[in-house]
Ligand binder design. Structure first.
Ligand SMILES: *Cc1c(COP(=O)(O)O)cnc(C)c1O
Length: 372
């Protein structure tokens, strides 16, 4: 960090605030073919499998690029030529999966629900019954668009009953919500370096069931996003096929050690949940209304409606909070005006209380009173 300069607190879904020691872990120059670096990669890969309770049935593959690159790798390189994805959609990240499949001219079936509802397991079953061409199913765990949590274990049971390959985008939840890969019947789960593990941006990672992955040789539709080939490289000589994000991986290993030190996924989830609870009760006390019904909310990120007050101007609200050192997140909803407040990253209770106080001050500045 530049001395005397404090970074803003990021109440976003990622990239997030990271610890000083995670940032410091990057202050090295390692060769990508150096044994020391290859050992770091091996260590990171095995810790990741452990985080998903994966045991020896699962493997992990690191993929250069942001989360979307990994999603594209799974969608385009694990499906055979005659395969078809069923995509469950209730937000922007589900829509993005569909866009990726369309660009590759991959056949899809879509089960789309409103952004404040979870795709129903019954409809999923009906979709699979009515279209036997479907071979693979994809869904987002925490739809970061709203913060809604989709029931991935229920979908997994159905996928298994129908003998379908099952892919979960747990980008924004992995590391903060416990996931048992085998219990959820997951074949591929994806997340990235800069979300709940609290590393810096640079790569995504896929936890894959070895038995499923082994059958995908030659399925790739691109060279760089070939998940099978990437895995073969990492398993073989331990190297990446193309330049690895060395510094992001060094930071990530440190972030994994700190996750462990915090008490693992459960403890991290609890810290984020506390951030969420403080946020929700303070926001409601000020008169803000959360977008999702209580039973669909999670503790990753919360969407709030714009208050229906004539003085409310989101751009001014955002800029005034930013000036005070707090970055919130604009909305991404198709049908409602919302903004989002994230609960993840290296944020303490005092940061959350600081943001809540700043919101109070900014509302006053804008001459907005929502409650008596
Ligand atoms: C962050 C995120 C992604 C990936 O976004 P990138 O900007 O490519 O890292 C994908 N899905 C979900 C649910 C996410 O939250």
């Amino acid at each position: 960090m530049i001395s005397g300069h404090k970074d803003k607190a990021l109440f976003t879904p990622g990239p997030l605030n990271t610890s000083a020691s995670t940032k410091r872990a990057m202050l090295r120059d390692l060769g990508s073919r150096d044994a020391a670096f290859i050992e770091v990669v091996r260590d990171v890969r095995s810790r990741l499998v452990g985080l998903g309770d994966g045991h020896e049935e699962y493997t992990s593959i690191l993929m250069q690029g942001s989360g979307t690159f990994g999603v594209e790798a799974v969608l385009s390189s694990t499906l055979p030529q005659d395969g078809k994805w069923l995509i469950l959609i209730n937000g922007a990240y589900g829509e993005r999966m569909l866009k990726i499949a369309n660009i590759h001219r991959i056949p899809t079936a879509v089960l789309r629900t409103a952004e404040d509802e979870v795709p129903s397991p019954t409809s999923m079953k009906e979709a699979l019954e009515s279209d036997p061409d479907i071979t693979h199913v994809a869904v987002v765990h925490c739809e970061t668009t709203t913060g809604i949590i989709n029931p991935i274990e229920e979908y997994g049971k159905i996928a298994k009953a129908f003998g379908k390959i099952y892919f979960v985008d747990a980008m924004s939840s992995f590391g903060a919500y416990p996931v048992d890969l085998a219990a959820c019947n997951i074949d591929y789960l994806i997340s990235s370096s800069n979300k709940c593990i609290e590393g810096v941006p640079g790569f995504s990672f896929v936890l894959a069931k070895v038995e499923t992955l082994q059958q995908t040789e030659g399925y790739a539709r691109t060279l760089s996003l070939d998940l099978y080939d990437q895995w073969k490289g990492l398993e073989g000589d331990g190297q990446f096929r193309f330049t690895p994000p060395i510094h992001a991986i060094l930071a990530f290993r440190q972030a994994l050690l700190e996750l462990e030190k915090e008490g693992g996924v459960t403890a991290r989830g609890k810290r984020y949940q506390r951030n969420y609870e403080i946020t929700l009760s303070a926001m409601e006390a000020m008169g803000f209304k959360p977008y999702l019904p209580p039973d669909h909310r999670g503790y990753i990120i919360t969407s709030f409606h714009y208050p229906s007050h004539p003085n409310f101007d989101f751009r001014r609200f955002y800029a005034s909070l930013s000036e005070r050192g707090f970055l919130i997140y604009p909305g991404k909803l198709s049908h409602a005006d919302c903004f989002r407040i994230g609960h993840v990253g290296r944020l303490k209770t005092s940061d959350v209380k600081g943001l809540m106080f700043a919101i109070k001050v900014v509302l006053k500045e804008m001459d907005i009173q929502l409650v008596e």
